[in-house]
Design a protein around this ligand. Structure first.
Ligand SMILES: Nc1ncnc2c1ncn2[C@@H]1O[C@H](COP(=O)(O)OP(=O)(O)O)[C@@H](O)[C@H]1O
Ligand SMILES: [Mg+2]
Length: 255
């Protein structure tokens, strides 16, 4: 029997920051292996959705599950971004700001979590690091420190670091937004490759609409903490029925 449970499931999730409702009774179900693009205006709650799935945010109401298991909330008083917390290892996340450890080499950055969290042997983690750094085209920089790398190179190392945990789900939050324009392509190429070659579930926030159309099976348009359009890239991006989606796409296209 194939496993038909959704890989990611949010049920009636509510997230408030103070008196501001940021996520408003959100329902979302993503099957295993689906590649989903999440788009929408700034402040609509896209990053918050990703952080909730990764277990980096508490919430007021509802349920969040990954692979059938509840996502634990962070300890009381812990706020993102903050010191390390017992997070969801089956979910990998890559951020807009690469967040590499500046005092560690590329290799040390990639093996740190498999060593400390998964408790793998050093040989095994080094082998994994080589494989994923090769995949992102960064094996030649294995002994470099992050500060000596371009933004695109740092972001590719951050992707290898997330993959080295062999997550079931990968979350990408506007991972090209902080890059120089000439560096965007190399990072998108890596994600495109992951989308086409890996069986894992992908949820990616992006403003690159052409890219979203290429890699996504499904596009979600978010506004005011709700999903207001949900469908194939053709339906949501090419011929949007939703008036607000249409206006947003016009804005992005003329940006
Ligand atoms: N730590 C925080 N404290 C207070 N408000 C926050 C915090 N993080 C996000 N917000 C607010 O939540 C809303 C959604 O933010 P976010 O999920 O980052 O949106 P997006 O990623 O779509 O731009 C915004 O109004 C933002 O100002
Ligand atoms: Mg965001």
């Amino acid at each position: 029997m194939p496993d038909t449970r959704p890989q990611i499931r949010l049920t009636q999730v509510v997230k408030d920051f103070g008196t501001t409702r940021v996520i408003d009774h959100l329902d979302l179900s993503i099957p295993q292996g689906q590649k989903v693009a999440l788009i929408g205006p700034s402040g609509s709650g896209k990053s918050t959705v990703l952080r909730l799935i990764k277990g980096l945010e508490s919430y007021q109401h509802g349920q969040i599950e990954v692979a059938g298991a509840p996502v634990p909330e962070p300890p009381r008083g812990w706020r993102w971004p903050g010191p390390r917390q017992p997070t969801v290892h089956r979910v990998g996340m890559v951020f807009q700001q690469f967040n590499l450890f500046p005092h560690l080499t590329v290799l040390e950055n990639v093996i740190e979590a498999p060593l400390q969290v998964l408790r793998l042997s050093r040989d095994e983690t080094v082998e994994r690091a080589h494989a994923y750094l090769t995949m992102v085209g960064m094996a030649h920089k294995i002994d470099a420190y992050p500060a000596t790398l371009s933004g695109g190179q740092q972001q590719r190392v951050a992707i290898a670091r997330a993959l080295a945990m062999r997550p079931q789900v990968m979350l990408f939050d506007e991972v090209t937004s902080a890059l120089d324009p000439e560096r965007v392509g190399e990072v998108l190429a890596v994600i495109r490759r992951i989308a086409h070659e890996q069986q894992m579930t992908l949820l990616l926030v992006t403003h690159e609409m052409k890219f979203a159309r290429e890699v996504a099976d499904r596009v979600l348009f978010m506004e005011h903490g709700r999903i207001v359009a949900d469908g194939s890239p053709e339906r949501v991006l090419v011929n949007p029925e939703n008036e607000r989606t249409r206006r947003f796409l016009n804005l992005v296209a003329h940006h």
